[in-house]
Design a protein around this ligand. Structure first.
Ligand code: PHE
Length: 338
């Protein structure tokens, strides 16, 4: 009987080694260790073995059973491992692909805006924010532009209601600031503004301005010129000159348009400055007495200057962008150049 058992073990071990499917392995297990399996039958036949031999043979059968069971379990585990490895190889996901996603950059317009803010903050200005959806009261009335004033016409905009509009200028922020803070005031207010202009190479219905406002005792046009001159030199080149041309804004008196000497030709005249040697970058002036009065600031004690820089224009000049629409399109080929 011993002989028979070791034959069964040997034969089964050899088969286990060869088999490479879990199902066949299970079938074999049933064949040998199942209810009516070879080894089980031997165990049952122990009854016919003499009482003193029984424990010995019993132990041999049990040892054989344990040995085979271990072999089955081991092999099954190995098969499962192989199968798992194959599946993992097949279903491999390359998570590194995520890392190849291109890293974005600051939009040239925001880059210029941040540099402009930095400059004025270094000069002691505070940065204020003001709503893009604005009332006609702040956007026009308080800036000395009453309902029928012709200055409203070039600033036609998008109306939410008759009195609520998308602001046409950051100048509305001047009023909001002067209502909250009393002089001395030194503030800038950058942001989006809107006008119902058809988009073309020089117009977009949304663009960006940065308002500046200084109100204190004894502020004069010299302060305005000095501030803007330093700004232009910081932004463009150390030898940049500025010039004031008379202009009109209802909320400043006197008013000026400010040009910088062309950064591309140094003032000789080129395509960028259309042969004039100068490029217009902002509107400015001394705060109108009526505006100060409206904000409860005594114009006999305080004077001030204000300016509104076209940030898109400065960006276009610095980077040589010749179509105002392009920075808004989000075209990766454009953005990659910066
Ligand atoms: N708000 C004016 C514009 O949009 C610019 C400006 C600002 C002029 C401040 C004078 C003072 O054209």
């Amino acid at each position: 009987m011993k002989e028979k058992i070791s034959q069964i073990v040997e034969r089964t071990m050899a088969k286990i080694e060869k088999l490479d499917s879990a199902k066949e392995l299970n079938d074999l297990k049933v064949e040998v260790l199942g209810k009516s399996g070879e080894l089980t039958l031997i165990l049952r036949s122990l009854k016919s073995v003499s009482a003193d031999e029984r424990p010995v043979v019993g132990k041999i059968v049990n040892d054989a059973r344990v040995e085979l069971e271990t072999a089955f379990t081991d092999k099954l585990a190995r098969l499962e491992q192989i199968e798992l490895n194959e599946r993992l190889m097949k279903e491999k996901i390359d998570i590194s692909i995520d890392r190849k996603r291109p890293i974005g950059k600051v939009h040239p317009l925001n880059d210029i805006k941040r540099k402009a803010i930095d400059f004025f903050v270094c000069m002691g200005f505070i940065v204020t924010d003001s709503p893009e959806i604005e009332t006609t009261y702040y956007n026009f009335d308080m800036l000395n532009i009453p309902p029928d004033h012709p200055a409203r016409e070039p600033q036609d905009t998008f109306f939410v209601t008759d009195n609520i509009i998308l602001r046409t200028q950051t100048s509305a922020g001047q009023i909001r600031t002067m209502e909250k803070i009393k002089p001395p005031i030194k503030m800038i207010s950058p942001g989006r503004v809107f006008r119902s202009d058809e988009a073309d190479a020089t117009h977009t219905p949304c663009f960006h301005q940065m308002e500046g406002l200084v109100v204190d005792k004894g502020i004069t046009m010299c302060d305005l010129k000095g501030t803007l001159s330093s700004f232009a030199k910081h932004f463009f080149a150390e030898d940049t000159r500025i010039r004031f041309r008379p202009s009109h804004f209802p909320f400043t008196e006197p008013s000026v348009e400010v040009d910088v000497s062309c950064v591309h030709c140094g003032g000789k005249g080129c395509n960028v400055c259309k042969g004039t040697g100068w490029i217009e970058i902002l509107g400015a002036g001394m705060v109108n007495r009526k505006v100060l009065l409206g904000c409860d600031i005594d114009p006999d004690i305080y004077t001030g200057f204000a300016f509104g820089v076209g940030l898109d224009r400065i960006t276009a000049i610095i980077h040589g962008i010749n179509d105002a629409r392009v920075p808004f399109e989000g075209d990766i080929r454009f953005l990659k150049q910066f």
